[in-house]
Design a protein around this ligand. Structure first.
Ligand SMILES: *Cc1c(COP(=O)(O)O)cnc(C)c1O
Length: 384
């Protein structure tokens, strides 16, 4: 396309495609070359090298992602954790302090309280239920606020406009993990966040066959992260870039189908006597249903439910399910189920887990692309 695409679906198909196309190729070919011939002194593109994250497949994917979130810039990384660690290492220094949401992805929790704490960066966990109280936690050393669009595993949706306003009032950089929502449902830069980070391993790639990440947002901050990436080296391989770009093309189609199935499954689970509670923002019973409807373009395809008879019932259910795969990760074509107390939250102290509502009988489910009726029938058979 000669003009940049405007509509989301058109961006999914055409975003980031070089103009003119490379040798006329409709799909950007894989540039499987570590280094590029120097094009002369004073070339603004400088030296091109995969670790520098400035080779054609990396740039094409980054441009597509920036356009999908309505952002100035984006870069891609070798995993979601590379996106998060490279971003945080870029933005904070020893002695700095961060406010972080109290229910974060386990790898992020470990990074904050392990490596970053060891390098003298402290954090205070804050609750999305009490944004008014966050001001009291700000110190002269506070630099950054770090949240997630939708939390894991209870799929809570914090009040993002208030978080953005809080960060602006206190002059803090705001960073959000937008993995669960994807740009199809929420575009953090448009909402006022400075940077969004992603595990592209999940919905962006969408096929459970690549590990990748992305950092999207303000040009000055993305360039700061890029400079850190040159040192840390977590750049994405061209072949993986190609695969993520291919997966991205069908993001909206996949997600809308998975959301329809997730809502149907959530309703069936809510009606079943063996299930005591279902957390899905598309259900009216979810505490954040109204906010999710106002802030997001879709309710997503992640849900969690509690077995009335507790942990042993949850274990028996997982063993009895036939279609879903018992595996971590999410956002692929296959329905995946896990017990958060055994996987994502195994290292979180029990008292903290209880406070967050993560109980031993809780089952997390990433709803896939299988036939919804067949999937629901499988859950109902396993429940009985
Ligand atoms: C999976 C995940 C990550 C980490 O991504 P990797 O690609 O596994 O490194 C970060 N945040 C969230 C919300 C995730 O689900």
């Amino acid at each position: 396309m000669k003009k940049p695409p405007k509509a989301f679906a058109t961006k999914l198909v055409h975003g980031g495609t070089p103009e003119p196309r490379v040798d006329g190729a409709v799909i950007t070919p894989i540039f499987q070359t570590a280094t590029f011939e120097s094009t002369g002194v004073g070339d603004p593109r400088g030296t091109r090298y995969i670790r520098y994250n400035n080779t054609p497949n990396q740039l094409a994917l980054g441009e597509a992602l920036a356009s999908l979130e309505g952002a100035e810039a984006a870069l891609v990384t070798s995993s979601g954790m590379a996106a998060i660690s490279t971003t945080l290492m870029s933005l904070v220094s020893p002695g700095d302090h961060m406010l972080v949401l109290d229910s974060l992805y386990g790898g992020t929790y470990d990074l904050l309280n392990g490596l970053l704490a060891r390098y003298g960066v402290t954090n205070t966990p804050v609750s999305a239920e009490d944004i008014d109280g966050w001001s009291d936690r700000v110190t002269p050393e506070t630099r950054l606020v770090y949240v997630e669009t939708v939390t894991n595993p209870l799929v809570r949706v914090p009040d993002h406009p208030r978080i953005v306003e809080f960060a602006k009032t206190h002059g803090l950089v705001s960073v959000i993990d937008n993995t669960f929502a994807t740009p199809a449902n929420f575009r953090p830069p448009e909402a006022g966040y400075d940077l969004s980070v992603h595990s592209a391993t999940k919905y962006l790639n969408g096929h459970s066959d690549v590990v990748a990440g992305a950092v999207i947002g303000r040009t000055d901050l993305v360039e700061t992260v890029r400079a850190t990436q040159w040192s840390l080296g977590g750049s994405l391989d061209p072949h993986a870039c190609f695969l993520v770009r291919r997966g991205l093309t069908t993001l909206a189609l996949r997600l809308r189908q998975q959301e329809a199935s997730a809502l149907a499954l959530a309703r069936a689970l809510e009606a079943h006597p063996a299930v005591s509670r279902v957390s899905y923002p598309g259900l009216k019973s979810h505490p954040d249903h109204a906010r999710a409807a106002a802030l997001l373009d879709g309710f997503g395809a992640m849900l969690a439910f509690e077995m009335a008879a507790g942990e042993s019932a949850a274990e028996r259910l997982l063993a009895a399910l036939d279609i879903p795969v018992v595996a971590p990760s999410l956002g692929g074509p296959e329905t995946l189920v896990t017990l958060p107390v055994r996987t994502s939250h195994a290292l979180v102290p029990e008292a903290e887990r209880v406070a967050l509502g993560i109980t031993p009988g809780l089952v997390r489910c990433s709803v896939g692309l299988e036939d919804a009726a067949e999937l629901i029938a499988d859950f109902e058979a396993a429940l009985s």
